[in-house]
Design a protein around this ligand. Structure first.
Ligand SMILES: [Fe+2]
Length: 163
């Protein structure tokens, strides 16, 4: 049986590298541009089972790495990283919003059905349900300009998602 790191490498050429909790955006984009996913190595406590603002290893491995086995998704993530290494720091917030509303909390439409896509949803049972079933949630069609203009908070279930 192949080890999971070998599966990721064989599928898309990506690898995972442990980092101490949160890292700066320039390091983050630099690593993504090299097809290397920075993974926080601590694990959340029981009291934070549903959601924790800092990414932990459960979120990183369970949430992020399955998506990175998809060549389209892996390419998108790498391009986002490359763009981050070329742009001015003052433009980081645009890229982070795009990352937030796709990689972290994106939804995807399959036929008439809306499904969870993002890593932040995969690692939060509460928000996973909220994103799909909560009637007050706004689920907008994917629109890049709309996404770049939409601020977000990290401490609540999202009121807006893009599919
Ligand atoms: Fe994440």
């Amino acid at each position: 049986m192949r080890k999971s790191r070998q599966v990721l490498m064989d599928q898309t050429g990506w690898q995972v590298e442990p980092v101490p909790a949160l890292i700066g955006f320039s390091q983050f984009f630099g690593m993504l541009s090299k097809a290397t996913f920075p993974a926080a190595s601590f694990i959340r406590g029981r009291e934070d089972f549903d959601y924790i603002e800092e990414p932990d290893i459960f979120h990183e491995i369970y949430g992020h790495t399955p998506l990175l086995t998809d060549p389209r998704f892996a390419k998108f993530s790498q391009k986002l990283g490359e763009t981050g290494t070329k742009c001015d720091k003052s433009e980081y917030s645009w890229l982070i919003r795009l990352y937030w509303f796709t990689v972290e909390f994106g939804l995807i439409r399959e036929g008439h059905e809306i499904k969870a896509l993002g890593s932040g949803l995969a690692s939060s049972p509460g928000e996973l349900d909220h994103s799909i079933n909560e009637p007050t949630v706004v689920r907008k069609p994917f629109d890049i300009i709309d996404i770049l203009r939409t601020p977000y908070r990290i401490d609540i279930n999202q009121p807006i998602y893009f599919a």
